[in-house]
Design a protein around this ligand. Structure first.
Ligand code: PXP
Length: 237
């Protein structure tokens, strides 16, 4: 199982004071050194953490695949076409939200997502769709022609009781099996931490996990290299 490290929250710390540090680009390089398999960053429309210059520098300096999380707004799509990351992951975005709240609804946004997917693919960018673990959404992703999907583990991560968490885990497992059968490379992420990762890591059909907040938070205490190494150990037993 591969680990993509999302470096957004290094930039959150920087933006909190308007300083030039800590630098998410340096963070990305250290994640690469620590053994991460890819680097993830989300250029939000409101620029609350990652800035445009960050993504261009990450793309230029890291050797690992760069996965740009992005909305389907025209401004961001244009930037992505210019940047040409290894992969773009399309996510829904709402300005008021604390973080991404759910998967992109491919039934409601079918035509828009299809157009953006094609535009990005025409630039040589692989497209992943961040969706809730539902059969219908996975089928739509296939019809759209996405290269990969990323299953939203947010509901599992936020479940308040063990019963609810088990129920959400089952949904993720079933969705991963279904997606794999359709030929998808299956990723998962959102809200994963050093505890709740253990059950998710047992799902063989999931090939990549994208984790940000928990790793960056832990790195405040143990340093980013150790925080990444610890997560890799948990993921790969
Ligand atoms: N995957 C996607 C699609 C996301 O939007 C995010 C949050 O930016 C993550 C993974 C990482 O989530 P977290 O920071 O909760 O680990």
């Amino acid at each position: 199982m591969k680990l993509g490290v999302n470096v957004d929250h290094i930039a959150t710390l920087r933006q909190a004071r308007g300083t030039i540090y800590p630098d998410p680009v340096v963070g990305a390089l250290l994640c690469e050194y620590a053994g991460a398999d890819s680097i993830v960053a989300h250029l939000r429309e409101d620029r609350r953490h990652i800035q445009q210059k960050d993504i261009f520098l990450i793309k230029k300096l890291i050797k690992l695949p760069f996965n740009l999380e992005m909305s389907i707004s025209e401004e961001i799509v244009r930037i992505a076409c210019k940047l040409r990351p290894y992969q773009a992951t399309l996510v829904p975005e709402r300005r008021q939200e604390l973080t991404t709240e759910g998967g992109i609804d491919l039934v409601k946004n079918y035509e828009k997502v299809k157009k953006v997917t094609k535009r990005l693919q025409d630039k040589g960018i692989k497209v992943s769709l961040f969706i809730d673990p539902l059969k219908l959404q996975i089928e739509k992703a296939k019809q759209i022609g996405a290269n990969n999907i990323e299953l939203n583990t947010g509901r599992y991560s936020e479940a308040k009781t063990a019963i609810l968490q088990k129920k959400e885990l089952k949904k993720i497992k079933e969705a991963a099996v279904f997606a794999k059968k359709l030929g998808f490379f299956v990723a998962a992420g959102h809200g994963l931490n050093y505890e709740n990762i253990k059950e998710i890591a047992k799902i063989n059909e999931i090939e990549e996990l994208n984790i940000g907040h928990a790793i960056i938070a832990r790195s405040v205490f143990v340093g980013i290299v150790v925080a990444v190494e610890e997560m890799i150990k948990l993921i790969n037993g």
